[in-house]
Design a protein around this ligand. Structure first.
Ligand code: SAH
Ligand code: SF4
Ligand code: F3S
Length: 471
């Protein structure tokens, strides 16, 4: 088989940063002669891009590897070789253990070594066994990855600007799997954003495990803030929307809060995990903020942008959490009023301080607490969505829906919006009348075709770069 014919399949688990990493790995491997396919059965190279955050996430990898073992031997029976690589945070956390637990794996590559993935795969294909690359290199892996190629892209894209974490919350594996905090330079990010814009991207979500701790080198050589970076990216004409995630309450600076009040391209949505409502638990988590800090922050953010949609992450059943302490979590939820939230049962992770703490909470208690919390969060989400009915709002249409003639887009508040309309509107930001709201999405009518107000636009022939009108 010639090199050009090799087929690649990447399965991604975990967070948005893994989604971004998958694109970068795919682009690096396509440059090395691979082309992407939609199923593992059709692939010569299968990459599992893994997540280690909770036990369930990490265990999925091994059940997937069990299936791939059968696939690999079936393909071998047909005389076709299959290379299997494990990438992502399980690769980083477990390293060699993966090879002994799942000998079907040819190669283990950590998130800081993706710029070497094509070379590592080439070595595996030459027959080298047990390849492991989980070094935390000095410097910037992004500089060694191929530049984002010009190709048709979806309307919304991720862009990692900051990686790693120095916060060491006692429950969390991220500081161990992603390493120390690192911020890319403003010029590097602007260049990548401009490439994405030239490929049809209208909305960019900046990613970082602690994105608001961003402190990359600015264009003047001095460290930049996330707010300054967002202001710079807002100058790219055809980028109509900017988002960022995930923020830590400690790093929510005044300039970033103010930006939500005065930069219209920064969307009124903020993911701001608080994890727990009791100060004793927050201290045991090493979160370095109190319940009052968090609620005060929410107040200040709403002062700058009253309609902002707040989202959060919450853990129930952290070691030692009492009923009263769990009630304190419900209390914060009631006061903060979230538009959306992710909630989890505490999962003890190997090597983290919380896993070794006494007073682990029984699983039945965790389940009951999670159920109660999720009922409250669902009610808040429905209320937030319900309040959108009857309003008019700009929607970025991203794809066709399941029904013929249906489009699916996102509101400024990140809700999915369904509306009837022609496919030519995909990639456009259009005013929509919201006529109905469900628990997870909104229903809308595009403001009639003739007087449709397009907000900004892709660069067309003879168009120097699109224009974004004030909303
Ligand atoms: N950097 C982000 C996200 C970290 S992981 C942040 O600081 O918020 C995403 C979420 O997973 C966390 O916010 C937390 O709510 C949850 N999480 C992390 N470790 C966990 C664990 N051991 N058990 C249960 N949930 C966990
Ligand atoms: Fe994990 Fe805490 Fe860092 Fe978030 S801030 S990645 S929860 S250690
Ligand atoms: Fe999972 Fe790693 Fe993201 S542990 S949540 S894939 S940073």
């Amino acid at each position: 088989m010639t090199k050009a014919a090799k087929k690649l399949f990447i399965r991604t688990f975990g967070c948005q940063m893994n989604v971004y990493d998958a694109e970068r790995m795919s682009e690096a491997l396509c440059e090395a002669g691979y082309s992407s396919v939609d199923t593992p059965e059709a692939a010569d190279l299968i990459v599992l891009n893994t997540c280690h955050i909770r036990e369930k996430a990490a265990e999925k990898v091994y059940s997937e590897l069990g299936r791939l073992k059968q696939l690999k031997s079936a393909r071998a029976g047909e005389g076709r070789a299959t290379t299997i690589a494990v990438a992502g945070c399980v690769a980083q956390a477990e390293g060699r253990e993966i090879l002994s637990r799942a000998p079907v794996v040819d190669l283990v590559v950590g998130p800081q070594s993706y710029h070497r993935i094509a070379d590592l795969i080439a070595r595996a294909e030459k027959g080298e066994r047990d390849i492991i690359d989980i070094e935390f290199p000095e410097g910037d892996k992004f500089k060694h990855l191929p530049a984002r190629p010009a190709r048709a892209r979806a309307a919304s894209a991720f862009l990692t600007v900051q990686e790693g974490c120095d916060k060491f919350c006692t429950f969390c594996v991220v500081p161990y799997t992603r390493g120390v905090e690192y911020s890319r330079s403003v010029s590097e990010i602007v260049e990548e954003a401009e490439r994405l814009a030239a490929s049809g991207v209208r909305e960019i979500t900046l990613l970082g495990q602690n994105v608001n701790a961003y402190h990359g080198e600015g264009e003047n050589g001095a460290p930049s803030t996330l707010a300054a970076l967002l202001r710079r990216l807002a100058q790219i004409p055809s980028i109509g929307r900017l988002r960022y995630t995930t923020s830590h309450p400690r790093d929510m600076s005044a300039d970033l809060i103010a930006l939500h009040g005065d930069e219209e391209k920064v969307m009124p949505y903020l993911h701001l995990p608080f994890q727990a409502g009791s100060d004793r638990i927050l201290a045991a988590m090493n979160r370095r903020h109190t319940r009052a800090d968090y609620l005060d922050l929410v107040k200040r953010i709403r002062l700058a942008r009253p309609d902002i949609a707040l989202s959060t992450d919450i853990i129930v059943g952290f070691p030692g959490e009492s009923d009263a302490e769990f009630e304190a979590t419900l209390e914060v939820v009631k006061q903060a009023e979230f538009a959306q939230a992710y909630s989890f049962k505490f999962s003890p992770r190997p090597g983290t301080p919380a896993a070794a703490m006494e007073n682990q909470v029984a699983d039945e208690i965790k389940s009951a607490r999670l159920q109660e919390l999720q009922a409250l969060l669902r009610a808040q989400q429905s209320a937030f969505n319900g309040a959108c009915a009857g309003r008019k709002m700009p929607v970025l249409f991203e794809r066709s829906g399941r029904r013929p003639g249906q489009l699916v887009g996102r509101s400024p508040y990140l809700q999915a919006v369904h509306a009837e309309g022609p496919e030519t509107l995909i990639g456009e930001i259009i005013e929509v009348d919201i006529i109905g709201a469900g628990p997870n999405s909104l229903e809308g009518n595009i403001v009639s075709a003739s007087n449709t107000r397009r907000i900004g636009g892709r660069a067309g022939p003879g168009d120097a770069g699109g224009r974004v009108e004030a909303r």
